[in-house]
Write a protein that binds this ligand. Structure first.
Ligand SMILES: *Cc1c(COP(=O)(O)O)cnc(C)c1O
Ligand SMILES: [Zn+2]
Length: 377
């Protein structure tokens, strides 16, 4: 493990734990509250790491590994994750009334989604931990990402997905050699079953909601955005929210760039949920679109019990961020617009970012929408 790591800190009870590859949720908090596991957060020694981080990043390099000074272990180098494009969308900026609008297009990653940034660390750590099998629960993207990396790394892969997952995605997963467990019920049910089955078998977890190292992989999207803007912070960064790991990781990434002296401020974060499944928007008492919808097509953020709620709410408080809920009708229109702006596929869930920016209104200055996935089927 990276010697610049000080410890893992439990966000629920405050206990600290050793930074080992198989650290998941806080053992002291286990069984206390089914809705809130003890999520661990990696504590880094920034003053010691700052010089090395700045030197490595300046030296270039073409993939995630150049951020290694702030990663727990080297990412998988068999399937490298290269910087994803940051696309300028001037017409959309005019339309929304902000100064600039940019699209961080994660559809360019190896398995076409942001999840690859976490997976690249998981398969590396699994090998460091001596595991021969990796697993995850997933609404689809994490499973496809894990299966893509695992098959190339020679690791067996077990995925737990809702039985409502599209035939295309299930076929793709099986084609990649994954063992697919179809679970009746939503992602939350798949998550519970995965933990029950995998724990005793010693499989390595790619569940970002519990494995604290995976958020460290996701934070690299913040590093790239800042670098692509010439080490300037945007005013707003918008991302969809399921478990909350992605947006919380963006917040952590930007704060770290301030800590190592590469940025002088952080952006405000805007998280978007689908109105039909918006537990965090409700918890924050933010307005809901009317009329209420019974279901959502934004399957990748269909999370009824967000396990990283505490982490995300802390990041939102630190930056003056906000949460917004959008209807599927708003998202459908946004998907069509984003497709044209990107010139490539945009997943329905990822289009909630544009719908959310519209609904939030008055996002002044420079705005970045994180287009988390390019997979449409
Ligand atoms: C997983 C996912 C998200 C949300 O990430 P969380 O970390 O669960 O909040 C957003 N968009 C897409 C496309 C995803 O696959
Ligand atoms: Zn704890």
């Amino acid at each position: 493990m990276n010697p610049g790591l000080r410890a893992l800190h439990c966000l629920r009870c405050g206990a600290t734990h050793a930074p080992v590859p198989r650290a998941y949720d806080c053992p002291a908090c286990r069984g206390m509250d089914a809705d809130e596991p003890g999520i661990l957060d990696a504590i880094w020694d920034y003053p010691v790491l700052a010089d090395r981080f700045r030197r490595d990043v300046a030296a270039g390099g073409d993939a995630l590994a150049r951020f290694g000074a702030l990663l727990p272990a080297p990412p998988d180098d068999i399937t490298p994750v290269h910087p994803s494009p940051l696309l300028d969308a001037p017409t959309l900026a005019r339309d929304l009334g902000c100064e600039t609008l940019r699209l961080k297009y994660e559809g360019a990653n190896p398995a076409r989604c942001l999840k690859d940034r976490a997976t690249a660390l998981a398969t590396g750590l699994a090998q460091a931990a001596g595991a021969d099998t990796v697993y995850c629960a997933s609404a689809g993207n994490a499973a496809i990402s894990l299966a893509t990396f695992a098959t190339r790394a020679g690791l067996a892969c077990e995925v737990f997905v809702p039985s409502t997952l599209s035939v295309e995605r299930v076929t793709l997963l099986r084609g990649l050699g994954a063992e697919v467990h179809l679970v009746d019920g939503p992602y939350d049910a798949a998550f519970d079953l995965a933990e029950q089955v995998a724990g005793p078998r010693g499989w390595y977890s790619r569940n970002c909601a519990l494995n604290p190292w995976l958020v460290e992989g996701k934070k690299t999207v913040a590093f790239e955005i800042a670098e692509q803007l010439g080490w300037r912070s945007p005013d707003w960064v918008v991302a969809p929210v399921g478990d909350g790991c992605t947006l919380a990781a963006l917040g952590k990434g930007f704060r770290e760039l301030v800590a190592v002296g590469l940025l002088d401020r952080v952006p405000r974060l805007l998280g978007v949920q689908a109105a039909a499944v918006a537990p965090l928007v409700r918890r924050m008492n933010r307005p809901m679109p009317a009329p209420a919808e019974a279901a959502t097509r934004a399957a990748s953020i269909h999370v009824e019990r967000p396990r990283n709620a505490r982490r995300l709410l802390a990041e939102l408080a630190a930056c003056g961020g906000d949460l917004v809920a959008v209807s599927d009708g708003e998202t459908a229109a946004a998907q069509e617009t984003l497709r044209r702006a990107v010139g490539d596929g945009v997943e329905f869930t990822s289009a909630t970012t544009l719908a959310g920016a519209r609904r939030a209104g008055a996002l002044a200055g420079s705005v970045v929408l994180v287009v988390t996935s390019g997979r449409e089927e």
